[in-house]
Design a protein around this ligand. Structure first.
Ligand SMILES: O=C(O)c1ccccc1NCC(=O)[C@H](O)[C@H](O)COP(=O)(O)O
Length: 209
């Protein structure tokens, strides 16, 4: 099994997922996000390759950009990351440790998403990835889990907390878990696929506090 070192950051790293257009991307970056996610999987936030290419034209180079996939063909993920110039891929399906390792050797950053629950430490240890995202029960649903059950000392490497986060709860959640980063989608939307500037602003301020 691959070994990992726990990775922390001085300031919580913030990724905003489910970006579908240039206006939301720029507004999110201006509010201080570190990374953006584009959902290629079946979702109310699903984007096309052309949409993402158009958004990427206006995103500053220091911002990390991730394609979000569910059980996609690994070679299609590699091709999309390469052709769009994405920073990496976020995997929300039942990708095997072998598939995740295959992708980690071919693209700069792989985030493997894992639902919270029993044996989390053992499940996480199977994967070789840039980061592990611990999610709620259904991706992009806004459903949280009991953060007090997440013992980050059993998870080494970069831990990204997600699932039902919003401006009101992100401070409490991060105080319990002390993650490398947080990921949010529905908690900063006005409707699926459309971000709310006030919610994005308040979320990032609260995450950095
Ligand atoms: O957003 C979706 O609809 C989606 C569909 C399929 C796979 C992943 C998806 N989203 C991932 C995320 O937005 C986040 O990484 C995470 O699940 C948190 O979402 P939320 O609870 O809405 O903040």
């Amino acid at each position: 099994m691959p070994s990992r070192l726990f990775v922390s950051s001085d300031r919580v790293w913030v990724k905003v997922c489910g970006i579908t257009n240039r206006v939301d991307a720029l507004m999110t970056v201006e509010n201080g996000a570190d990374a953006l996610g584009f959902v290629f999987a079946n979702s109310p936030r699903r984007v096309t390759v052309d949409q993402v290419a158009s958004v990427l034209e206006v995103v500053p180079g220091q911002i990390l950009t991730f394609g979000v996939f569910v059980d996609e063909d690994p070679d299609r993920i590699v091709a999309l990351v390469d052709s769009l110039g994405l920073s990496g891929a976020q995997l929300h399906g039942s990708e095997s440790p072998q598939e995740v390792a295959y992708l980690s050797e071919r693209i700069p950053r792989v985030i493997k998403a894992i639902p919270a629950g029993e044996d989390l430490g053992e499940r996480v240890a199977l994967y070789q990835s840039w980061a592990i995202l611990v999610d709620g029960p259904r991706p992009g649903s806004g459903q949280a889990f009991d953060w007090s059950t997440l013992d980050h000392t059993r998870i080494s490497g970069r831990l990204i907390l997600a699932g039902g986060l919003d401006a009101d709860n992100v401070g409490y959640a991060t105080s319990l878990v002390d993650p490398f980063g947080v990921d949010v989608s529905s908690g900063v939307e006005r409707s699926p696929g459309h971000k709310d500037p006030t919610k994005v602003h308040d979320f990032i301020v609260a995450a950095h506090r």
